[in-house]
Design a binder for this molecule. Structure first.
Ligand SMILES: [Zn+2]
Length: 476
């Protein structure tokens, strides 16, 4: 039996376990750095399958590393399991219906992501056992992807050192390659002023709120003079209170500064800091600036990405049946008409069927083959897998887990990923990651080639975006 067939038959024995993990983590729906039950579930499964588990990896409460095997190649698989606030929703229900008493929901599908990653590690374990090949598989339990820079903290703690290759995936609305993603800094600006009666003694007040507003105006003028691909967004963390007759003596902003490379973000951030200092000078207030964390850009490694996409293509996408299509049709109806039309047109094109046929079965099953163009395509979002991709050659793939046209971070995503659509998505990537890994154990030269490519791209230098001494979740 070749490794493709061997992996396929092992995978069938793990499918139930993968579905069970997806449903358990989905129902826990825990936010970043609070994923205690979710991490415990994954750890319990790994231990019961003979993995050695290091808990609190990198000193982070809900991070862990499960290992099996010995020697090289060492292959890492990344699991996530954090949920998002305000996205609680009943599984399979196509009408808005949050679960009572639950605020968080898996609107980015990380319950399935974690399940598929653990499933892949379990299949690799059986494969290593059966073949007797040397090699190690490490399953990384990575908390707080959404807002907490979990993997960047783990990277700073050297959790990913020594990997020969690394794989991950993400549920999406189609089976596609994962392109480059941009770097990001999150920075907090706290202004302090002096309060006074805004009408009887305004001259005595020094307004922190004015300082924030002037800072935002300044940054809006900066926008013309930064590289075109830069993104700067802000939100008020504190607008100084709700009394117009009191000069606000405190006010705070949270900024994201994004760009194709961390070095570019660093340069822009230095200018944003000067604007904050200028605003403080103008208003005679003080500003405290704190970098809360950041992410490197994601580099899709050519060899690793190709291996994973080819492995996925070899088996085909998720094996959806009538049960899944019936769920899918209900959710397709919830899309705004324009989106539905666009999704039907692109679904028809991708799958080589008519728009009517696609609308009746609106889960995209076509599999996009690997293309080197992925490495030139820039996704205007960020992921903490970026930091891992600077340390180990990393490949990711996106797999259909929701109806085409479903937005990320929506209640519709939460509802669909908690059904058998999410299970099948996770099951299909688990066998593909395992098959890609098997090829590296059989031919370690692939890992050497991937590492050469990474070295060419980074020069062997990893710059952490996390300030020294910063603790995960601090300052948010
Ligand atoms: Zn996500």
């Amino acid at each position: 039996m070749g490794s493709k067939e061997m992996i396929c038959s092992i995978a069938e024995t793990k499918n139930e376990r993968i579905a069970d993990i997806n449903h358990a983590v989905w129902s826990y729906a825990e936010g970043g750095y609070q994923e205690h039950k979710s991490a415990a579930k994954l750890i319990e499964v790994l231990r019961s399958e003979g993995f050695a588990v290091e808990e609190r990896a990198g000193g982070i409460e809900t991070a862990f590393i499960g290992s099996y095997g010995s020697g090289s190649p060492v292959i890492g698989i990344l699991a996530e399991y954090d949920a998002l606030p305000n996205l609680s929703q009943e599984a399979g229900n196509a009408e808005r219906c949050p679960i009572e008493g639950q605020r968080f929901g898996h609107g980015c599908g990380h319950s399935a992501l974690g399940a598929g990653a653990v499933g892949a590690a379990l299949i690799v374990k059986e494969y290593l056992k059966e073949t007797g090949l040397p090699g190690t598989v490490k399953l990384f339990g990575c908390p707080a992807e959404e807002t907490g820079f979990g993997k960047a903290f783990m990277a700073k703690a050297h959790c990913f050192d020594g990997l020969d290759m690394c794989f991950s995936w993400h549920p999406a609305d189609a089976n596609t390659n994962f392109p480059r993603a941009i770097a990001n800094y999150a920075v907090r600006f706290d202004f302090k002023g002096r309060s006074s009666h805004a009408s009887s003694a305004p001259e005595q007040g020094r307004s922190a709120l004015d300082a924030c507003e002037l800072m935002n105006v300044g940054v809006n003028y900066l926008r013309e003079h930064v590289p075109a691909s830069t993104r700067m967004h802000y939100a008020y963390l504190d607008c100084g209170g709700d009394a117009p007759n009191v000069v606000q003596d405190h006010s705070s902003l949270l900024y994201y500064v994004r760009g194709p490379r961390l070095s570019q973000c660093t340069e822009v951030l230095e200018r944003v800091k000067k604007i904050a200092q200028g605003a403080a000078l103008m208003t005679e207030t003080e500003v405290h600036i704190q970098v809360l964390g950041g992410l490197n850009d994601y580099i899709p490694n050519d060899t690793a990405s190709r291996l994973l996409a080819d492995a996925f293509l070899a088996y085909g996408g998720p094996d959806f049946g009538e049960e899944e299509y019936a769920i899918a049709r209900k959710f397709f109806e919830t899309l705004p008409e324009e989106d539905r039309k666009r999704a039907a047109a692109s679904g028809a094109r991708l799958n080589g069927i008519s728009e009517e046929e696609f609308a009746a079965r609106p889960l995209s099953t076509a599999v996009e083959p690997y293309s080197e163009k992925v490495r030139q395509t820039l996704m205007p979002g960020s992921t903490d897998v970026g930091d891992v991709s600077h340390i180990a050659p990393t490949g990711q793939y996106m797999v259909t887990g929701v109806v085409l046209g479903t937005g990320d971070h929506t209640w519709q995503f939460t509802a669909q990923i908690g059904t058998s659509i999410g299970d099948k998505s996770a099951q299909s990537i688990a066998r593909a990651i395992a098959y890609a890994s098997a090829q590296v154990y059989e031919d370690p030269g692939l890992a050497e080639q991937a590492k050469r490519e990474l070295l060419e791209e980074t020069g062997g230098v990893y710059v952490s975006p996390i300030p020294d001494g910063m603790k995960p979740g601090e300052g948010v």
